[in-house]
Design a protein around this ligand. Structure first.
Ligand code: NDP
Length: 434
């Protein structure tokens, strides 16, 4: 009998991992005997709570808050908070499950967790967002701590939201600790944290392309999303000589037939991070084509970089991408490709980097933020960037070690799942049945 049938995203994430792990598990039955799989798919703890807040007109609203503490075998729970109307327990369980493997891949001592709320920050005033964040943290603060659970940002949770939540945590607990990452630079944040996920994904792409004797120079990249991950993936890709031909938001896709320019990138940063506006506004200003309600996957490109949300790229999209010449797919978002799309990529020997490997740079630099806070020091941007680069290279090596097939093709799905699994499972074995 299927447990929790109302959680399709969680089942999808679990199926992806377990189906690739299965042959490995049969060769190593000690993991099956110890019930590692049954334990991995059940969160250690789930916290659900009411988040009441008042809007600017004095009307009270109630949202639902969550924290899924999935696995602490190799370190304290670590993973972002998402504020989006689509948030529910199944979505957060899928994200927390992925996070366990991703965090293990970073080489840093971090367990996996994820949390958030079905609150929609879009269209809310700063004061409303602040009141919501304060209410959310009032309850969450009882369940987290610098040695227990250290949340960060995700969709809908950026520098503004982290700041409000950090301020409330400090007020409630009367202590200045590294309980959140993604903090502002003036109060304990790390240089390169905003850039880390996007930069990391592009560093991973570089490693992957090198395997086929390619570089990013001159490659046409179809990118989706226009938030934190997409912004810095675009910047790094452009820095390395690639041409970014699209970005998107929930309104549609903005197409840059000649590639995005530095001026357009700066405009995007101001539009999305300061004015919190919609991409369609950039179309008329720069005389660009806006493809309303469409994703970018029908555009001819060499590399696809999905950086928006889960299940944004399906089997038909995958076939269209390949027919149009796409040779590599790098997931900046978490689980943007459906199971069918992944099968299409693997069958066609497309270079395919799953999110848990390619977007691990964000949580890796969050781990480095915790280290800097513990030392009461701040590394330079160069130092953090060098460490990020080295971590992405080591993740690539781990994928290669466990995912290289007889014909030389690297199956990054298999590689990342087995590499992440072995680290967590061995720690669980050592710690007994808990
Ligand atoms: P942001 O909130 O900064 O940006 C999200 C982007 O995705 C926006 O452009 C948003 O458009 C679009 N988007 C979100 N939901 C939908 C939807 N249902 N349909 C269409 N478009 C959508 O989030 P991030 O950039 O931080 O996160 C993007 C992805 O990367 C997520 O999957 C996240 O889990 C993952 N990730 C993020 C990390 C980080 O460090 N931030 C680390 C690792 C993974 P709109 O504004 O119109 O909603």
């Amino acid at each position: 009998k299927l447990r929790d049938p109302e959680q399709p995203e969680f089942h999808q994430a679990a199926e992806e991992v377990l189906s690739t792990l299965w042959p490995f598990l049969q060769e190593h039955p000690k993991y099956l005997k110890a019930g590692i799989i049954e334990r991995l798919i059940e969160p250690e703890r789930v916290i659900m709570f009411r988040v009441p807040w008042m809007d600017d007109n004095g009307q009270v609203h109630v949202n639902r808050g969550f924290r899924v503490q999935m696995n602490s075998a190799i370190g304290p729970y670590k993973g972002g908070l998402r504020f989006h109307p689509s948030v529910n327990l199944g979505v957060l369980k899928f994200l927390a499950f992925e996070q366990v493997f991703k965090n293990a891949l970073t080489t840093l001592p971090m367990g996996g967790g994820k949390g958030g709320s079905d609150f929609d920050p879009k269209g809310k005033s700063d004061a409303e967002v602040m009141r919501f964040c304060q209410s959310f943290m009032t309850e969450l603060s009882r369940h987290i701590g610098e040695n227990l659970d250290i949340p960060a940002g995700d969709i809908g949770v950026g520098a503004r939201e982290i700041g409000y939540m950090y301020g409330q945590y400090k007020r409630l607990r009367n202590e200045f600790t590294s309980v959140l990452t993604g903090k502002g630079l003036t109060y304990g944040g790390s240089l390169i944290r905003p850039e880390a996920t996007g930069y990391g994904a592009v560093y991973f792409a570089e490693e992957m392309l090198q395997e086929r004797g390619l570089s990013l120079e001159g490659q046409r990249i179809a990118l989706s999303g226009s938030g934190n991950v997409a912004q810095y993936a675009a910047l790094k890709a452009m820095d390395l000589g690639a041409m970014v031909i699209s970005i998107s938001d929930s309104g549609g896709t903005l197409y840059f037939s000649e590639g995005m320019t530095a001026e357009q990138w700066h405009h995007l940063m101001e539009l999305k991070n300061e004015r919190r506006g919609r991409l369609v506004e950039m179309a008329s200003q720069f005389n660009l084509e806006f493809l309303a309600k469409r994703t970018p996957w029908h555009l001819a490109c060499d590399i696809a970089l999905p950086c928006a949300t889960q299940n944004e790229l399906n089997g038909d999209d995958a076939r269209t991408l390949i027919a149009n010449g796409c040779h590599s797919v790098v997931e900046g978002a978490n689980m943007p490709s459906t199971l069918e799309a992944i099968d299409v990529f693997l069958e066609n020997r497309i270079l395919f980097a799953p999110g848990k490997a390619a977007n691990a740079g964000g949580v890796a630099v969050s781990g480095l933020e915790m280290s800097q806070n513990a030392m009461r020091m701040q590394w330079t941007d160069g130092e953090v960037d060098t460490k990020l680069h080295a971590i992405m290279q080591s993740i690539h090596s781990a994928c290669e070690r466990y995912g290289k097939e007889e014909d030389g093709y690297i199956n990054y799905v298999k590689g990342s799942n087995i590499a992440g699994f072995v680290k967590v499972a061995d720690a669980m074995l050592a710690q007994g049945v808990v």
